[in-house]
Design a protein around this ligand. Sequence first.
Ligand SMILES: Cc1cc2nc3c(=O)[nH]c(=O)nc-3n(C[C@H](O)[C@H](O)[C@H](O)COP(=O)(O)OP(=O)(O)OC[C@H]3O[C@@H](n4cnc5c(N)ncnc54)[C@H](O)[C@@H]3O)c2cc1C
Length: 399
Amino acid sequence: MPDHLPVVVVGAGIAGLTLSLCLARAGVRVIVIDKAQELREVGAGLQLSPNASSILFHLGLGSALDATGIRPEAVSIRDGASGRLIVRMPLGEAMVERYGAPYIVIHRADLQGTLLAAVEQEPRVTLHLGVQISSIDVDAAGVVIEGMEADQPVRFEGSVLVGADGVRSTVRETVVGGGPARYTGRTAWRATFKAEGFFAQSFRHNETGLWLGRHAHLVHYAIDAGREINLVAAIDDAWNEDGWDVSGDPAQIQAAFEGWPEPARKLIAMPDSWRKWALCEAPRDTPWTKGRTVLIGDAVHGMPPFVAQGAAMAIEDARVLAGVLASGLGDDVEDRLGVFAEGRKARTDKVAAAARRNGVIYHLGGVPAKARNLGMRLIGAERLADNMDWIYGWRPLEG
Ligand SMILES: Cc1cc2nc3c(=O)[nH]c(=O)nc-3n(C[C@H](O)[C@H](O)[C@H](O)COP(=O)(O)OP(=O)(O)OC[C@H]3O[C@@H](n4cnc5c(N)ncnc54)[C@H](O)[C@@H]3O)c2cc1C
């Protein structure tokens, strides 16, 4: 059996880099392949809840994350119709006390850069960028990938294939037999702008804001050690175009928030440029494994970002899979991948369902929205925080 061969990971995003780092630290060799010439994570901010940050801190990345990320004091949830505060939930020290790990907001580029810098320190990891894959063969003897890298033919041999290639995964569609990504009927618009002066007037600098409105919601928080503000506006929409990095017309997003309270409109008016993309999900019946191939991250459970858990689930997947692969790649590896898949599917299905539920609740209008607001006020910050324990309190079994 090909126990002596490296694990081959397709995709050097958050899932692929975290897995590579965990495997290397456990003594396993890894080849990571990405089609991008350069790992330049576009998009904007990311919220990292304690279930994910605890894994990254355990990998020794804590000080790098704290250098560029922020630990917001609280999240304030407001009604997009009246502008009234619905509830303010403590984060900051409350998260560390409750879960032993922080809630961090960070630029995606800073997270990916931190992971990449750590991976580059690992002699067991070989990173190949700008690879166009032409064929993938997986059988009981291992995996062979062929393609082109910088106009040269390349061939990679490994023991196990990991598809960490995002929601439009090639490994899912061509090897595992899953279908194409499915549009959710929502579009996310993202932008950043310089924080200076703005938040002093309007909002607390170190607070995350969430505004809930009819057919739309808005999230804002500071990134880049507080120098920039990140905005995410999710709207019900019919636009569905492939792309992570498509520019959006500011007038269009401003029109979608017309009629919202002034502070929200002021926020939406701040950026000069926006990026937008169609929010897609991985098909819900996607098989996680096939023989020696396994999917992780968005490739298998790409979900709407309405509990801010896509990257967190990718990081959890990576950590658990590394434990499975580090205990040997021999004859029984397919069975052990099956056990991995079963456990992770149960958890990620539940998280994805929570994200879809939030998508409905967040975008209510009229009387149902008033009932939602009243319900949240009655439940109160403490019990709402308790409701997140099953997500934020998760830890890998082996510590
Ligand atoms: C608006 C928005 C807000 C979000 N906010 C949050 C949040 O606050 N918190 C959170 O946890 N999550 C959030 N997410 C989700 C998060 O961004 C994703 O879940 C996460 O990036 C998934 O990581 P991944 O590594 O699985 O996939 P990706 O980050 O998509 O990485 C896939 C990698 O595979 C490479 N690749 C693709 N195809 C190939 C191929 N054929 N060959 C080689 N390489 C290939 C790509 O170049 C890329 O580098 C948000 C998502 C959106 C859209």
